[in-house]
Design a protein around this ligand. Structure first.
Ligand code: NAP
Length: 343
């Protein structure tokens, strides 16, 4: 069945951010272009969404390169994409009416025309829309999957989290505590962020990795070693953490942001040490956990409501600021989730 539902005045054109050129090393504003385009007519089964918030995420750096990966590269001269939330303003789908709030993957633009089955309705009376891009989105699900399945936290564990003042890390530190960790250590760049780890996100110890001697700081924080490490950084963080693992420790390989702008990855950890300590290092992609997304959102919405989970956002205003927000998330301009408000 096809229904048509159109709100009073619909825009005929919209703006999007396209990949203008592939970066060599660190990206810059020159790699992006702001382009105005007509909005196509809706086909049967499609919806028109006015995006209100979009996410910028470190993994998007990999999509700017033209190389085989777990997700296709962005195309030069085409709109970029990523998670967004918005309001349906026209619908030719029986499943999603005008007025619904939905999440989808056609971010980096002010309006999106998409097949209704590619959109997920969300209940924005239960939580603010942008939370569905952060603690209630893939960010939160990543932290949850990492610490409950990939490198499960057991009561009494000592847990180390890198990029701890960021989106995944700030959720992970709080989850580790809720899962029974006796000591949760976070590393972040600079004194303002380390203060936030202690005061807002419930970490027991905060390490400023920019101050140097990461190994010494971690040894002081956990003289008897660590049981679980959530790695968002790779490189030196991973080497130092593996060297500090207790026997049968567990490492969730979530990201490796310290190497995202390099042509080759950073040098790895001492794997012989990992072998003889029976340490497991396990990679993960959040998409493998989409089957439990609904269940996770239910739990996390309750944690947000009762204060178990506290969040921070860094918000850039307007689509034209999206490239700056993205460059900022790569360089640490954010605390908590980096977001762009579109309207
Ligand atoms: N596997 C998956 O499915 C999956 C899903 C989501 C995210 N991830 C990964 O998880 C990590 C965190 O993602 P997020 O979205 O939550 O981003 P985020 O942590 O909110 O932002 C990235 C943070 O990385 C830190 N950083 C940048 N360069 C660094 C370096 N050289 N050394 C140490 N820290 C550095 C910055 O904080 P400081 O100021 O503290 O340096 C920055 O704020 C990323 O590696 C991302 O790719 C993986």
């Amino acid at each position: 069945m096809t229904t048509q539902s159109i709100s009073a005045t619909l825009p005929v054109s919209t703006r999007e951010i396209q990949l203008a050129a592939r970066p060599e090393g660190a990206p810059s504003a020159a790699n992006f272009a702001l382009v105005t385009r007509p909005i196509p007519e809706l086909a049967d089964g499609q919806i028109l969404v006015r995006n209100t918030w979009m996410s910028v995420d470190p993994y998007m750096r990999g999509r700017m390169d033209d190389r085989p990966s777990y997700i296709a590269p962005f195309q030069v001269g085409a709109a970029m994409e990523g998670s967004a939330v918005g309001e349906v303003i026209a619908s030719r789908s029986a499943r999603i009416p005008v007025g619904a709030q939905v999440t989808h993957f056609a971010g980096w633009r002010e309006h999106a025309v998409l097949d209704a089955e590619l959109a997920t309705p969300v209940d924005t009376t239960a939580a603010a829309p942008q939370h569905f891009l952060g603690a209630l989105g893939t960010t939160g699900l990543t932290a949850y999957a990492a610490l409950t399945d990939v490198a499960p936290v057991r009561p009494g564990d000592t847990v180390f989290v890198s990029a701890a003042a960021g989106a995944v890390g700030s959720v992970a530190g709080q989850l580790a505590k809720a899962l029974g960790a006796s000591r949760v250590i976070g590393s972040a760049g600079g004194p303002a962020k380390t203060a936030l780890l202690l005061e807002e996100f419930g970490f027991d110890t905060a390490i400023d990795y920019r101050a140097g001697d990461l190994a010494g700081q971690l040894a002081a924080a956990a003289p008897e070693g660590i049981d679980v490490y959530l790695d968002s950084v790779g490189g030196e963080h991973l080497r130092v953490a593996v060297a500090a693992m207790r026997p049968k420790g567990r490492v969730a390989l979530v990201g490796a942001i310290s190497g995202y702008n390099g042509a080759t990855g950073e040098p790895g950890p001492d794997l012989y040490l990992a072998a003889t300590n029976e340490v497991s290092l396990r990679g993960m992609l959040v998409s493998s956990y989409f089957p439990i997304f609904g269940e996770y959102i239910g739990k996390a919405a309750a944690w947000l409501a009762d204060g178990t989970l506290r969040t921070r956002e860094t918000v850039y205003e307007g689509l034209e600021q999206a490239p700056a927000a993205f460059l900022g998330v790569l360089s640490g301009a954010n605390t908590g989730k980096m977001l762009v408000r579109l309207g």
